[in-house]
Design a protein around this ligand. Structure first.
Ligand code: ATP
Ligand code: MG
Length: 321
């Protein structure tokens, strides 16, 4: 595990954003995306977002996200082709620009969560039909579903809405054949993810995938896969015991940072937020790195220094700009 000193030293050199001469730019909550000809460049920044805004910058977070995704794309490429062309920098994926299906393929192995859109919230209210899935009676929170369920959402500018397979086909977001194909791939990728996670002491609880296609109709997995930002992980060793005692599973989570902001300001209303304390920023960086190391079974090879300069250098070197 990386030393605390290296993490602290990196605090002043994190990547908050980019301004590259690399085609059309789109700024997501965490990533900066550039479109250039037939390629997309997904640049993972170190931004930590919650409450729909940026809370802090976490050393090495962008590197962890990019390299976690890269690991999983490699581990699943026999199941489905993916968009990766090149990883020109530890924070950058160059992908094939594809036509993205306007649906996020969410898949869940356990009913959990506390937000309005969470599966457990719906179940606890008595809902037994969830995005076209009939849920079994008598489930407890965090109990494993007999089979993982696919609970798609529409991709929209404002907020994602639940939708069923039937509605997806009715609204012509996909053909029936495309849905069947993507649902099959979604189950297989999730199963592979759960197997690899389990070997490394983790439970892959739920996640979401995005798919797209090229001009010839070939299907690709794109965006990101099984990162701590797109997925929920629990620690496997303590799960059974804690579940039987009615306790929440252990995880390696960012919840403590959200709580600090809730206690120290009004993150929904205040124009300017206070700076997160250094120990919390360091703690979160450690957690991201720990997750990376558990997921991949490999030691994290931190690339300290000015991330922005390095990215520009690498993209120039590889003639992308
Ligand atoms: N190979 C690809 N071809 C075309 N578009 C892609 C490709 N890979 C990813 N994308 C798109 O790039 C965008 C990445 O945006 P990003 O996920 O960073 O922000 P967001 O989706 O707006 O917000 P959130 O942080 O909630 O995910 C997504 O719209 C995704 O569909
Ligand atoms: Mg996204």
């Amino acid at each position: 595990m990386i030393s605390e000193e290296i993490i602290k030293k990196q605090i002043g050199q994190t990547l908050n954003g980019t301004d590259l001469k690399l085609g059309k730019k789109y700024k997501g909550k965490v990533r900066d995306v550039y479109e250039d000809g037939g390629k997309v460049f997904l640049i993972s920044t170190d931004r930590q977002s919650a409450f729909d805004r940026s809370l802090a910058q976490i050393p090495f977070k962008g590197q962890v996200l990019t390299q976690t995704s890269a690991f999983w794309f490699e581990q699943t490429k026999d199941i489905v082709r993916n968009h990766i062309i090149d990883i020109p920098d530890p924070n950058v994926v160059a992908g094939k620009k594809l036509t993205v299906f306007p649906v996020e393929m969410v898949i869940r192995g356990y009913p959990t969560g506390v937000t309005e859109t969470a599966a457990w919230t719906a179940y606890a209210k008595g809902e037994r039909l969830f995005c076209g899935n009939v849920l079994p009676e008598g489930m407890k929170k965090n109990q494993k579903f007999p089979e993982p369920i696919i609970t798609p959402t529409t991709k929209s500018e404002i907020h994602d809405e639940k939708i069923s397979a039937e509605e997806i086909v009715e609204q012509a977001l996909m053909t029936q054949e495309q849905w069947d194909h993507l649902a099959d791939k979604t189950r297989k990728i999730f199963q592979r993810g759960q197997e690899i996670a389990a070997r490394n002491g983790l439970i892959l609880v739920d996640t979401k995938y995005e798919f797209g296609h090229d001009e010839d109709g070939n299907i690709y997995l794109l965006d990101e896969i099984h990162t701590p930002d797109s997925s929920r992980f629990w620690l496997k060793d303590s799960y059974e015991q804690r579940f039987s005692e009615g306790k929440e599973p252990e995880n390696i989570d960012k919840e403590f940072l959200r709580l600090w902001f809730k206690e120290n300001c009004d993150p929904y209303k205040d124009d300017v937020l206070p700076d997160a304390p250094e120990e919390l920023v360091v703690e979160l960086s450690k957690r991201y790195i720990q997750l990376y190391e558990m997921i991949t079974g490999q030691e994290f090879d931190a690339e300290p220094g000015d991330v922005k300069e390095r990215i520009e250098h690498n993209l120039r070197e590889k003639k992308y700009m």
